[in-house]
Design a binder for this molecule. Structure first.
Ligand SMILES: Cc1cc2nc3c(=O)[nH]c(=O)nc-3n(C[C@H](O)[C@H](O)[C@H](O)COP(=O)(O)OP(=O)(O)OC[C@H]3O[C@@H](n4cnc5c(N)ncnc54)[C@H](O)[C@@H]3O)c2cc1C
Length: 166
């Protein structure tokens, strides 16, 4: 049982699963294997163990045999990978965190004076409600930076966590 409002850990079978195929657990993709012409021909997976480091980040370590699964088309459905590395960041001398995001101080300001960050670029892959709340709070911070004070709402702080952290 998980306390409300966390999800109970249950094995679900969606219609896509019901269509067929074998489900493998505790494995992770190690690499894609190509042929001489550069086309993918297999995916190598291996049994892994997932642990957490002192800061709670997941560490995924291969522990078992690897296995090659024939493949001629791989679709990467990994969503938000982090902030895209671009000349803009270099020009502002901004470095990405290990999670691919931009860090900021309590006033939403990055290491570059007068440059603020909010939303997915700050929080990582998240939800529209967080983007709106952080955007409004960053607007408050920008207003205060420019005007010395602000009456704009500031609903969240940079370190605000969701209600449930799993
Ligand atoms: C497939 C998918 C499904 C999702 N479904 C949901 C959902 O159902 N519910 C939910 O709440 N959230 C969902 N999300 C998450 C949600 O979309 C994001 O959390 C939210 O859009 C983040 O808002 P943002 O303003 O921080 O960033 P974004 O919406 O990513 O906006 C950043 C903007 O900056 C622009 N940009 C980037 N670089 C530059 C540059 N150099 N110059 C100028 N512009 C630039 C980009 O083009 C983009 O328009 C989903 C996300 C994905 C990818």
């Amino acid at each position: 049982m998980s306390p409300w409002p966390t999800w109970p850990l249950v094995l679900r079978t969606s219609p896509a699963h019901a269509e067929g195929g074998a489900r493998r657990f505790e494995v992770a993709v190690q690499r894609f294997i190509g042929d001489d012409t550069g086309h993918v021909r297999a995916i190598e997976i291996a049994e892994v163990r997932v642990t957490r480091d002192a800061e709670g980040r997941r560490e995924i370590t291969p522990v078992g045999e690897s296995l090659q699964i024939p493949c001629d088309l791989a679709l990467l459905a990994i969503g938000f990978e982090g902030v895209e590395h671009m000349p803009l960041l270099d020009g502002l001398h901004l470095n990405l965190t290990r999670r691919g995001t931009l860090s900021c101080g309590s006033d939403w300001q990055t290491d570059a004076p007068g440059v603020f960050v909010c939303g997915d670029a700050h929080r990582g892959a998240s939800l529209v409600v967080w983007a709106i709340a952080e955007g409004r709070s960053a607007a408050h911070a920008v207003d205060a930076y420019l005007m010395g004070e602000s009456d704009l709402p500031s609903p969240v702080r940079p370190g605000t966590l969701p209600l449930a952290v799993i």
